[in-house]
Design a protein around this ligand. Structure first.
Ligand code: BGC
Length: 357
């Protein structure tokens, strides 16, 4: 069968070729890949700056944002042939001291010995077929169709949003009204969608112009859009809830003054490893202490977050028909994967199409 492969650490090593058919082991399902989204992490992997091959190998099948169809499922798994599923990404480290992994939360792994399919030490989904055990497969409503390829990035935001809400409700009788989303990429727009579904008044801040596709996509879910060329970061604030989706240090630290008292700032954007920034550290600390500010980082997603994400996608499809599909601005064949990596400024999400949904 066909697969995309790369050599982690080697830029330009991407290849499309034939590899042996996967054979399901005991208790495993056989899946047909329909489409696989490409994100910033994949771009870093393809540039040789991130990722690791499975132990004992030097080649990795990338791809972690997958929509698949069940070809064969083990008896009693609750899955049926033909059903649409999205596989989760992270697998537990298996070390006895890792209490989150032992409790089905590899997304919270404390040893950092986890593997991630398509990213870190385990093959991903950029291939025609793959195998997986049912506990890592999340069934999605057939009505979502091709838009369900957005579930993995949605799960990452759903985890952060659910967690922020839970932690805040544990601290006080929280009634958030205004939210700021920094960055109008796929994660930012899906974050704006989730917060709008919760009824918040949402402002999206990005560098793209006010008449760009990203600005229109934010407005289409009822968010206010502010372009960085015309508005100061934090304009329209203070905000009870900030979802930071750029990973750009000036935006990360620049958004803190816009946090309302008792507000929460979730950090979702992954920064590069270089760069320093001068920040008014005393003022930032003083503000956070004197206003009970909460800052937390969030990565990856649990199975529950995938399930919550699937429900949110179904709700978004009902509220704003066609919006999710429009976020997929580029669809390419496997042998044109390079075109899914080099995106234009108006692109939101590119997907590699392996078979029709
Ligand atoms: C993926 C996450 C993953 C993270 C770090 C993101 O692009 O969506 O599932 O945990 O990268 O590798």
């Amino acid at each position: 069968m066909r697969a995309i492969t790369i050599r982690p650490g080697q830029a330009g090593s991407v290849q499309v070729g034939d590899i042996p058919e996967p054979v399901p082991g005991p208790g495993q399902a056989l899946l047909q890949t329909l489409s696989v989204g490409v994100c910033g992490t994949d771009r870093e992997i393809l540039a040789g700056a991130h990722g690791a091959a499975p132990a004992g190998r030097d080649v990795l099948i990338p791809g972690h944002e997958c929509l698949a169809r069940v070809l064969r499922a083990p008896d009693g798994s609750g899955l049926a042939a033909g059903q649409l599923v999205v596989p989760t990404v992270r697998r537990p480290c298996g070390r006895p001291e890792c209490y989150p992994c032992a409790h089905d939360h590899p997304d919270m792994c404390v040893t950092l010995g986890y593997t991630e399919r398509g990213i870190q030490g385990a093959d991903g989904y950029q291939c025609e077929r793959f195998t997986e055990v049912p506990r890592y497969l999340v069934a999605v409503p057939a009505a979502l169709g091709a838009a369900a390829v957005l579930l993995e990035p949605t799960s990452v935001v759903a985890k952060a949003v659910e967690e922020a809400a839970r932690v805040q409700r544990a601290r006080l009788a929280w009634e958030p009204r205004a939210a700021l989303v920094t960055g109008a990429g796929p994660v930012g727009l899906l974050g704006a969608m989730l917060l709008r579904l919760r009824g918040l008044d949402v402002t999206v801040y990005d560098r793209m112009p006010a008449d760009s596709f990203k600005a229109r996509a934010a407005a289409a879910v009822g968010a206010r859009y502010l372009c960085a060329d015309q508005a100061k970061l934090g304009e329209g604030g203070p905000f009870d809830w900030i979802l930071e989706c750029t990973g750009a240090p000036p935006v990360v630290f620049g958004s803190i003054p816009a946090l309302a008292p008792c507000g929460v700032l979730c950090l979702l954007g992954v920064s590069g490893t270089e760069g320093t920034l001068s920040v008014p550290a005393a003022a930032v600390n003083r503000q956070l202490v004197l206003t009970n500010g909460l800052l937390f980082g969030s990565v990856n997603a649990s199975r529950e977050a995938f399930t919550a994400g699937a429900q949110a996608l179904a709700a978004a499809q009902a509220a704003w028909p066609g919006w999710l599909e429009r976020l997929i601005t580029r669809r390419v064949a496997p042998n044109a994967v390079g075109q899914a990596v080099d995106l234009g400024p108006e692109d939101v999400k590119a997907v590699v199409e392996w078979a029709a949904a």
